[in-house]
Write a protein that binds this ligand. Structure first.
Ligand SMILES: [Fe+2]
Length: 212
């Protein structure tokens, strides 16, 4: 039985999905959606305004009455337990704040543990930063798999003109820690729209706060 969120049977279906029984979901590579999904997260600009470097641009967009959806994620109901493999899909809209590309908020895992990303559509860059300050950037595109080792914070940036969609799989008990990076001014590297494609530059907000 296939149900959508909001259907009267959905709670019953969630029970099936969250039990220790096999299940399957359908991926829409173009939109990034899962069917069925048990939860979704919508992240508008107002919900992550401080993540972008150009705060004047943020205020200008929000003052105009616009509050664009930067990204949206869909989750099946996998228990947050060590032996489970949680996964989600995410769609990042195309666009910029100032010249900085739309991106995810970015996080560490509370429990340092690996994650696997699979590109489904669109094009982007994953920015990764280890707890000791090592940096890595990897291009994310359809059929590309990116391995994020334990202890590396990660953020995904849509550098294209269409939505960027991907699937990510991680340990059920990994947890999402957004504060660890934000308390130090965010990631050291930001991705901007340049004349000849994406440009990666040192983050001014990181420099203002200084190293952790
Ligand atoms: Fe993650």
């Amino acid at each position: 039985m296939v149900c959508k969120a909001g259907d009267s049977e959905f709670d019953q279906d969630v029970t099936v999905l969250s039990a220790s029984r096999p299940f399957s979901v359908a991926l829409d590579f173009a939109t990034g959606s899962l069917t069925p999904y048990s939860a979704s997260l919508v992240r508008p600009l107002s919900d992550m305004a401080s993540a972008f470097e150009d705060q004047a641009a943020v205020e200008s967009i929000l003052a105009s009455g616009d509050d664009p959806v930067i990204y949206r994620s869909y989750y099946p109901d996998v228990p947050n337990e060590p032996d489970h493999l949680a996964f989600l899909t995410t769609t990042i809209s195309a666009g910029t704040v100032g010249s900085e590309f739309f991106m995810t908020r970015g996080h560490h895992h509370y429990r340092d543990s690996a994650e696997l990303y699979v590109g489904m559509s669109g094009e982007g860059i994953m920015v990764m930063e280890s707890r000791r300050g090592d940096l890595s950037q990897q291009e994310l595109a359809p059929s590309v798999v990116i391995y994020v080792p334990p202890g590396w914070a990660h953020r995904t940036v849509n550098t294209g003109n269409v939505p960027l969609t991907f699937l990510a799989a991680y340990y059920g008990d990994a947890g999402h820690d957004y504060g660890a990076m934000e308390s130090t001014g965010g990631f050291s590297i930001r991705v901007y729209r340049g004349d000849d494609g994406p440009q990666l530059r040192r983050s001014a907000t990181r420099d203002r706060v200084g190293p952790s």
